[in-house]
Design a protein around this ligand. Sequence first.
Ligand code: GLU
Length: 416
Amino acid sequence: MSEQLNPFKVAQAQFDEAAEILGLDQAMRDLLRWPRREYQFTIPVKMDNGTSKVFHGYRVQYNDARGPNKGGIRWHPDETIDTVRALSAWMTWKCSVVDIPLGGGKGGITCDPKMLSDGEKERLARGWVRMVARELGKHRDVPAPDVYTTPQIMAWMLDEFETIVGRSHPAVITGKPLALGGSKGRTDATARGGIYTVREASKLLGLNPKGTFAIQGFGNAGQHAAVLHPAILGGGTLVAVSDTSGAIYNPAGIDAAEIIAFKKQTGKIKNFPGAKAITNDELLALNVDVLYPAALENVITEANAAKINANIVCELANGPTTPAADKIMYAKGIHVIPDFLANAGGVTVSYFEQVQNTYNYYWSLEEVCSRLDRKMTEAYHNVYRMHLDKKVHMRLAAYLVAVQRVAEAVKLRGWV
Ligand code: GLU
């Protein structure tokens, strides 16, 4: 039988395994393995050429027992209700594992943002908000950026929402530009938080934090990881990078600032001077100290997990590893820092952004980073302890910590 790659089925299978170990009763399992509420809608957009095009949009509110639904909006050609459901489940576990008072949600639009002009993007962003505005608000559901959505898109969405409700409401959306109530440190928070966990893992496992690293996926998280890994760990050589155009390798090191500038200029990393072209599979199999999957789901699967040679896999992407691959890497002794722990820095600073919006008082970058460091370090050690206590791989340990907290909130509310 071929491996299950539907992200929502994967998310449910991961949850089921944790629920079994935690001994959750049947009603609790039935509740927590499904979203509580979902919206699917059409968004008609006037295109630049005078025609109208209809896009499909989604918002899934997975669980709000611990606080308002929270999670980004992804714009991607392969977006479906099931990718959004999976991502909303992972958001629920993510907010719980770092112990912030938020639930989980996710949104999306099936589209290819690379084919849209700025004007079309703005109309699409405003159209998405018009369809879900009645559901949004700092006490209900708070969107944010995800793959292919930007602070500018958050700015248009904020403006549309505030126009509809007729008042200022900056905490309705996070990942905003600084000029509209964004938080310092939000743009690179996902990568920064992940690297804090790599630092902790390296200490506990006695690994060399200043060794080599490779990045699969070169969007927001990947680019910031290229710069912040050596900055936070005090060293480290970036030897390989990939994006949708291919992968490149240079054992002597790839300069982070240069590859970022090259990508900005040409739109891709392919043909970066001085580096050799390799395949994506070759990048994943490199013998590096840290591998950062930083793009999309189902990158490390049953088919290639045995070839992974990194000491640490720090998942900045959501859902990059399948359950079968988890088992293979665990048996190989690879230390996987699982997605909803490793990439929780983004939503943690989103939460800080909401706190600052609510106080209407803004923190310095140092304040944001030191609070983020405390949250990530504590969450990493909680999961690591669970992994030792229960003798389970790190993802399952993260599920045990996160699901237990959500289940407790559900119980206290008397839902089941
Ligand atoms: N999209 C990011 C994630 O998957 C951030 C979510 C947020 O800030 O609400 O964690």
